[in-house]
Design a protein around this ligand. Sequence first.
Ligand SMILES: Nc1ncnc2c1ncn2[C@@H]1O[C@H](COP(=O)(O)OP(=O)(O)OP(=O)(O)O)[C@@H](O)[C@H]1O
Ligand SMILES: [Mg+2]
Length: 493
Amino acid sequence: METGDPPEVPAGEARGGPAAARAAEERFRTLVAALPDAVAITDLEGRVEFASPLAIRLLGLSGPGEAVGRSALEFIAPEDRARAQDNLRKTAAEGQVREVQYNFLKRNGAMFPGELSAVLVRDAGGQPASFIAIIRDITERLEAEDRLRRFGAQHAGILEAIPVAVGVSIEEGRNVYTNLAMQGIFGYTAAEALAVPIASHYVNPEDRIRMLADLARDGSIRDREVGLRHRDGTALTALLNVDIVEWNGAPARMASLRDVTEAKLTEGRLREQADQLRLLTDRLAAVAEAERAEFARMLHDAMGQNLTGLSFQLHALLGGPRPATDPGVRERLLECLSMVSDMADASRELGDNLRPSVLDDYGLDAAVRAWGDRFTARTGIALRHRTAEVFGLRLAREAEIALFRIVQEALANAARHAKATEIVVSMDGSPEVFRLEVADNGAGFDLAAPQAEGGRGAMGIPIMQRRAESVRGSFRIESRPGLGTSVIVEVPR
Ligand SMILES: Nc1ncnc2c1ncn2[C@@H]1O[C@H](COP(=O)(O)OP(=O)(O)OP(=O)(O)O)[C@@H](O)[C@H]1O
Ligand SMILES: [Mg+2]
C-alpha cells in the first residue's frame, strides 16, 4: 500500500460501524509502524494529538503521554520556532509544506537536524481538521554532505596547488572550473577563464573540432600537441590530455595542459644547430676535396712537367750528340736520373693519393681497382672486385668522390682493425640505385659497443656515414665478432 493511500474499508463491513473504525485504526497503526519516518498529528493550533513510536524515540520521550496535548513547537529549537509558526500557517493556507529543515529539540535538551513535510487534513465536511507531519532525522545525511564538501574542498586545494593546468568544461564549450596553473598559462583571472569560450584559446579552431571528434570516438585524448594563444596573443605549444568526468552529476570534459613552448623552442634550436653543423661539415669536406684536387693538379703540372724536362736533359747529357765521357760524371748523371725517376713516382703517388686522376677520367670502378692494387701491394690483403654488368654509367662527380673516400676508409679499417685476408668490393644495384659494398673476412666487431680507441673519438665511421648522406645516400655497417664486416652504401643515381 502507498503511504499516501487513504485507509481502505474492508468489504462487507458497514461504514461508520465500530468494527470498521477498529479495522481502520489497526490499518493506520500498521502503516505508521512500517514508515521509515516519524509521524505526528496535531490540531490546527499545532497541539500534538498523536505521535508515532518513532517520533517518540526521536524526541527522546518515554511515551506518547509526554507528547500528546503539548504544542509541537516545543519540540523545535527556539531559533526555528518563528519559521515553524509561519509554516504552520502556510500549511493551513496551501494544504502542505514539503521538506523544510528545523533543528528539533529532544527532551534532554539535545538537538538534531530534521526535515519536516506536513499536510492539512480535512474532515468529512471538507473543513480543515488537523495536520499530519512526517519528520526525518537528517543528521547522517548532513554529515555525509559535509564530509563530501570537505573532501571536495581538499581536492580543490590539491588541484589548485599542482603545477599542471587543469580545466573542466561542459558541452557548450566553456570552462566551469580552472585551476591556478590553467589561469596562469593563458594569463586570465579565474572569472575570465570561465567566461572566455574555449575555442578562442586555439590558434586553429579546427584543432579543437578534431580533438572533440577523437575524444568522442576514443573516450580520451593523450599528450596531443596543440597550438594555443595566450591572452596577449602570443602563441604557445602545449600537450593536451582530456578525459570525460562527472561534474555536478553531468558528464564534462576534464582537460590538463602542459606548456612545452620552451622545450619545443630548445628542440628546434638544437635541430637547427645540428643542421648547421652538417652543412658546415659538408662544406668543409667539399673545400678539402677541392684543395686536394687543386694540389694534385699543381703537383702534376709544376712538378711532373719539370721532372719530365729534367729527365729529358739528363738523358741528353748521357746519350746526346756530345755525351759526357768522364766515368765519374756519367755515374753521377745516372744517379740523378734515378732520383728524378723516384721523385716522379713519388709525386704521381702523392697526386693520386690526394685525388686519383683516374676517378675523374674513368670513374669509380677504375679508381677503386687502381687504388686496390696499391692497397694490396702495401698490405698484402687480397682484393676481389665484383662489378655487375649493368653497372657502367658514371655517377655524379660528388657521388663518385664520396663513394671513393668511403672505399678508402673501409679498406683502411679492414687493414687496421680486422686482420682480414680478403676483401670483396662489390658494385651493383638497379637503374635507380647504385649499391656499393666493401666486405672483409676479418675479426668483425660489436656494433653496439663503444668503439673509441685510445681515448680519442673514432671518426672514420661517422665520416663515412655523413659522406653517404651528403649525396642523399644511405649507409650501414653489418658486423659480428668473428664473422667479418660489411660496409654498405646505396646512393640514388
Ligand atoms: N672492418 C672492421 N673490422 C673490425 N673492426 C672494425 C672495422 N671497422 C671498424 N672497426 C671498429 O670500429 C671502430 C671505429 O672505426 P672508425 O673507422 O670509426 O674509427 P678508427 O678506425 O678507430 O679511427 P679513425 O677515426 O682513424 O677512422 C674501430 O676502432 C674498430 O674497433
Ligand atoms: Mg677508421
